[in-house]
Design a protein around this ligand. Sequence first.
Ligand code: R5P
Length: 348
Amino acid sequence: MNKSSMVDSNRGALSVMACDSGKPFAQRIIQELNNITQQEKLGITHHLKYTEDVYFPNGEIKVVIHENIRGDDIYIVQAMDDPLSDKSVNDNLMALLTAVHAAYQSDADHITVVLPQFPYSRQERRKTREAISAKLIAGMLELAGAQRVITLDIHAEAIQGFFNFAKLEDLHASGVFVDYLQNIMRIDPLNLVVTSPDVGSVERARRYSKVLGAELAVVDKARDYTKVSVIESMRLVGDVTNKDVLLVDDMISTGGTMINAMKLLRKNGAKKITILASLPFFTGNCIEKFDKAYHEGLMDLVIGTDAVFHGRKFVEHTPWYKEVSVAPLFAHVIYNINMKRSVSELLK
Ligand code: R5P
């Protein structure tokens, strides 16, 4: 199929497959890959490889690949948190591991895992007698046969070091977010303060404030690590009086961190509050909490990415939510890897 790409890149044919929860995002990547190959006049049309997630009555999972992938440069897409199904993160993780191993057993030349939501990324260091689970995930992916992992705004950069031989490519949603803020929302940087809801995201917020030319403030959040999702205290460092605020984080899970930060910001005189989150998981009753916050005037907008797929209905009918797509970014990175072109150029 892919003669010209093989001649140009000296790498196997670019092919994409996905486990069930990764299929919506994989389809968007395919669409973008086809736009790229059309622009480059390669005469190639990509399609999603035919695979099947098989569930056994006892809960065991396997992924079966129904097409030949021998010699391919294969990209395996999976979402860990799939709001549209009742599959757990652990189900999706196990499906991914079996898919990677199936690709290895099927003699793919290069195996890249496309994993925008890196699982267990918040367990990257030990707080008490517990596992460093993110390291375990890195090891399991390598054991299955992954040679490269492409992810999005990974929670802790230290995770890069957890891989022994596979390469981790950490992409950033900031490019699409900044484009949306500047060209669609037309934000006024002089009236804007960028804020992180905890010190873990200060670096992220600092980068946005620099690129946008806006001031920076920080919410200092202390957690009680003996309990799940319990926040001990919060205080604001910086001035947001009469300013619009951009609240930036890698993920929204239960929404507790954001809601508390927004209350603090409002108390301190913030006007319009916009949230940016690369991974809007909206776990548990988070959507109800945000609905309430929106209708009570606590916040104005959440901008998330399609790395977490909430479905068209949610995206089109939720007044406080705007989805931007990172699929073109992933497609360009995949394409450049296959063509042995620079990836860092795309990450600037
Ligand atoms: C924590 O360090 C993360 O960056 C997020 O702030 C956190 O995971 C969000 O969790 P939740 O929405 O449950 O408060």
